[in-house]
Design a protein around this ligand. Structure first.
Ligand SMILES: [Zn+2]
Length: 256
């Protein structure tokens, strides 16, 4: 039975070959691996790059570039075989990861007891604070829906990381009415919005998350400032309800 030294050795053995390689296809060859890796999970895994191979106890972790982890446990007889893509599969192959540059990683297991679990990160959009996010990419993420821009910003499948506070702050900075249909956003507005998102998040980082609701002087431009004067145009900050949550905004200087 593989114990820690064997598992550690397996990790050391496959790491140089599989790290940095892209998964081209996932082929479960046994009922258990088919159950563990649904067709949807297999589609999600294909195209991802293996950024590291690690070990935790007797579990082996293939860490992918989107944060997803493929966790394998050898149980009694499991093992990895690394081979050329065209080579015939070894006996008792239970799972094949077809990799780029003509390699395959094969889980072999005579008794079919080895387990594979896939911990998928939910299908979310690009990070709101990604340095390489462009106005065009942001526009594309947001433009596919008629929903109000504020709600589109909260939709993590479109853009990951923004919540009620920073969506409102970003829209104020960009001078965009939160009710504007997302599909009506223009390219210049997307550029303003991206700058607004970055500025709002930078401000938040400076506060290092110390803000709590109900603080007497809200450190924000609009959030939690209903009735107070807008620092840009002097109009009263107002609220409206969107998706069951309160949106703070300035009717004076946020335009459709
Ligand atoms: Zn204003």
């Amino acid at each position: 039975m593989p114990e820690l030294p064997e598992v550690a050795a397996a990790v050391r053995r496959i790491r140089p070959t599989v790290r940095g390689r892209r998964i081209v296809a996932v082929e479960p060859l046994h009922a258990a691996t088919r159950r563990a890796l649904s067709p949807a999970a297999r589609r999600r895994l294909a195209g991802r790059t293996i950024v590291d191979v690690a070990r935790r106890g007797k579990y082996q972790l293939l860490v992918l570039d989107d944060g997803t982890q493929l966790v394998a446990h050898f149980r009694l007889d499991g093992d990895w075989v690394v081979q050329g893509s065209a080579a015939p599969l070894p006996p008792h192959a239970r799972l094949v990861l077809r990799l780029d540059r003509d390699r395959s990683l094969v889980l072999t297991d005579p008794r079919a007891l080895a387990s594979v679990t896939c911990y998928l990160i939910p299908d979310i959009g690009p990070e709101a604070d990604a340095a390489d996010l462009t106005p065009d990419a942001l526009l594309e993420r947001l433009s596919g829906t008629r929903t109000a821009i504020k709600l589109a910003l909260l939709d993590q499948r479109r853009l990951a990381g923004l919540g009620n506070i920073y969506a409102a702050e970003a829209l104020w900075r960009a001078g965009i009415d939160p009710r504007t249909p997302a599909k009506d956003l223009t390219r210049p507005q997307a550029a303003h919005l991206l700058r607004g998102i970055r500025a709002a998040l930078r401000d938040g980082e400076r506060r290092a998350g110390r803000y709590r609701t109900g603080t007497r002087t809200a450190p924000f431009k609009v959030y939690d400032r209903a009735g107070a004067p807008c620092t840009r145009c002097g109009a009263e900050i107002a609220t409206l309800t969107q998706g069951g949550r309160t949106t703070y905004w300035c009717p004076g200087c946020q335009r459709p």
